[in-house]
Design a protein around this ligand. Structure first.
Ligand code: BTN
Length: 295
């Protein structure tokens, strides 16, 4: 069945526009910024821009996405005035983890870039709003155990070398951004519902970008891994990990989530208390026994 959400069309919101973005992001060492009232997907637009020569740290922001993309070919809804949707271009040679001598393989680098997005959102929510976000590995930011942000990293590789990555972030801000529970398997929420008051999207966007800029230089540092580990959801709980988004599928693995190792791999303990590690890939994670096949 095609996605039904949203039920009605919302109007564009005047708080987010090219001028207000310029004013809020002016002091940051970003590349050029493009804003759209409506676009198919900021990741797709960033990709088009990349093909036309977008520099490192070029940023695409949209008030509304008509074909927003999630992981595993899922849709991501971005309604005008209710959400944040943006994509940052990261050129490969500028990333400390991007060099082969750093010993980071493509799968691990992709996971660290996903973590960079999730951690930057989490740290911004913690410091600016007093919230307690958790990261549902690999890419979801949860508030009160409900999804409030998702990260989609799409990389261009030349063999083992990353040429560029598009780091896309979608954040549910206002209640209108939250799909009804019956239309999604993993329940969602939004920041305003948790806080109980309105949030200025520009302030949050600025804070997330400040974190992205600061932490992207530190992907190889132990502090990056320990900060990521500190925010992991479901620690010491039984979880199921699948390769394709179906927790009951043949490739799914179940264990107690022990945390991350020093390379950022997920550590799990099986029924025999043996530890195994998950490196990367299109993995899904959820509390064991929660059943449904879609996010
Ligand atoms: C997920 O949770 O499955 C990832 C969702 C990522 C959504 C963001 S919104 C900005 C960027 N543009 C897209 O089309 N997707 C990402």
């Amino acid at each position: 069945m095609p996605p039904q959400f949203p039920a009605k069309k919302l109007m564009p919101s005047p708080d987010l526009n090219a001028q207000s973005l310029d004013a809020h992001l002016a002091g940051l060492p970003l590349g050029p910024v493009r804003f759209y009232d409506q676009i198919d997907s900021t990741n797709v637009e960033a990709d088009r821009w990349l093909a036309a020569g977008a520099p490192d740290l070029a940023l695409v922001v949209a008030d509304e996405q008509t074909a927003g993309r999630g992981r595993l070919n899922r849709r991501w809804f971005t309604l005008p005035g209710a959400s944040l949707a943006f994509s940052l271009v990261l050129r490969g040679g500028t990333l400390p983890a991007g060099s082969p001598e750093a010993g980071i393989d493509p799968g691990m680098l992709s996971m660290r870039l996903t973590a960079l997005g999730a951690l930057s959102v989490s740290l911004a929510l913690e410091a600016g709003y007093g919230l307690s976000p958790e990261i549902k590995w690999p890419n979801d930011v949860l508030l009160q155990r409900r999804k409030t942000a998702g990260i989609l990293v799409e990389g261009h590789w030349q063999g083992e070398q990353l040429e560029a990555a598009i780091l896309g972030i979608g954040i549910n801000i206002a209640p209108a951004s939250v799909p009804p529970d019956e239309q999604i398997a993993f329940p969602s929420t939004c920041i305003e519902a948790v806080l109980g008051h309105p949030v200025t999207r520009l302030h949050l966007l600025q804070a997330v970008i400040e974190n992205l800029l600061a932490w992207r230089k530190r992907l190889n540092e132990p502090l990056f891994i320990t900060t990521w580990d500190r925010h992991l959801a479901f620690k010491q709980e039984w979880v199921t990990i699948s390769q394709d988004g179906s927790p009951g599928g043949p490739a799914s693995q179940t264990g107690i989530l022990a945390g991350l190792d020093d390379l950022g791999r997920l550590r799990l303990r099986d029924h025999a208390d043996q530890e195994f590690r998950i490196v990367s890939g299109e993995l899904n994670l959820r509390p064991a026994g929660s059943g449904s096949a879609e996010d």
